[in-house]
Design a protein around this ligand. Sequence first.
Ligand code: G
Ligand code: G
Ligand code: MN
Length: 511
Amino acid sequence: MPLTVKPRRKRSARIAVTLISGLLPIVLGSFILYLQAGRTLQQGSQQTAQEALQQFELMLDNTAQAARELLPLAGQTCENVKLALREQVIRRPFVRSTNLVWDNNLYCSSLFGNFKEPVNAGDYVQGRLWLMNGNPVTPNTALLVYRLSEGRGGALTTLDGYHLSNMLRLIGRQTMLRLQVGASWLSMDGRVHEGALPQIPVAQSLLDSSRYAFSVSAGFPEGETWRYMASNYPPLFSLLVFFGVVSAAIGHVLQKRSTSPSHEMLRALEANEFIPYFQPVVHGDSKKWSGAEVLMRWNHPKEGLVRPDLFIPFAEHSGLIVPMTRALMRQTAALLGPRSSTFAAPFHIGINITASHCRDLALVNDCREFLASFAPDSVSLVLELTERELIEPTEITQQLFEQLHALGVKIAIDDFGTGHSSLGYLRRFNVDFLKIDQSFVAMIGVDALSRHILDTIIELSAKLDLGIVAEGVETQAQADYLTAHNVNFLQGYLYGKPMPAADFISALSHH
Ligand code: G
Ligand code: G
Ligand code: MN
């Protein structure tokens, strides 16, 4: 029969929740660190580009200054001006060569003196700067040419690419740093490339010079963010892993700690933690064992043995009492069934039931299954219904008790005397036994009124032809009194406390 309670979460789901609570801080933290690393790299590339831009402007200032000083000499014969041209080369650290132009013709050079080469202003970006990949003197070596012109005259001063690439390397270090002039660009290895600057994969910064026609771009190669994190963030990663472990542990513990008592009890039911204890019931005259009451115990993994008064109310409230009792009956049948063929007379087995059991007919099947485990007529199953909690007579309960009766199941009213069941009630439910509450037994020889009630109950049961069980018999005096008043069955510490199955079974063979 299906449980009426929502099943507990699956083990795999619990593991998943634990994993997620552990991974969440790590993933989230790594994401934040990734963003932080990206920002740091962006700042780094911005700073590098800024620094390179400044240095290149300083070098170009130097080169431009030479051109400015030479421009007024344009038009004079090379013979007159070549010393002035060479002087600029020597005085200015970055200037490699100086040249004079007249009518778009380079006619005098610091290197060769008299010369003749056409000059095309279109080669120069904004008429000013040309990044060349070498010249006939030094082919395949970068060269930056600065052009100044006025009227028919002009001055060309060149900056050695070696200085430029050196600067790229010095400033760039781990950064990818490039200098772009028009459609050519210079890489850190000193080579000049034609075409648009390729995109830099990580943290690209592009800065245009406001004074000269060049720009600088900086950035990092693919995967730099992870490399940066791996080399700079190990302590933070350890912290994240620590948080992850703590968070997973909290998630795990919170899940293990059940949210409600019924939740915890369902877990216990699945784990078979509810076990039967047995308390013997003896014949009033011979004091031989006539049977036993099955009392539930919770064998809790942490709390140890838990008494039923502490959990039965929750079990009743959640409806779990029905599957719990079913499990208890199955265990009892498995323990005692195999020995039942040796029972001399029908052995009474008392099982406590509650109002929850009387809402449907499931109990009939449970009892049928229980009885089937025993040798025919070797046991008498007694269902004990406490008088504290009366059952409302309905169509269902009427059917239930009729079917139980047909099965041969007996009904006892437990804790009799503490509630107020009427004669009609006793008859309607076909009651077979009354179990006198232990409070009356305890008052034997102590309190006259209680004794009077006790005598009345005994008389009543005799008149109604009901069997009678006295509970809580602790002293010989109580036993003597009850036997003298013809009480059929006695139960109490005098004859045996509730005991685990192994003890009960070994004691059973002596009785
Ligand atoms: O032996 P003891 O301390 O176990 O019993 C405490 C109370 O718990 C008693 O009132 C007894 O009837 C009740 N009780 C014990 N076992 C069960 C059980 O299996 N089902 C129900 N409903 N009550 C039980
Ligand atoms: O189901 P019922 O309410 O009858 O449960 C019997 C309860 O009485 C159980 O808790 C059981 O441990 C307890 N009990 C059984 N015999 C004695 C006894 O002799 N003295 C006392 N004080 N309690 C007893
Ligand atoms: Mn009982």
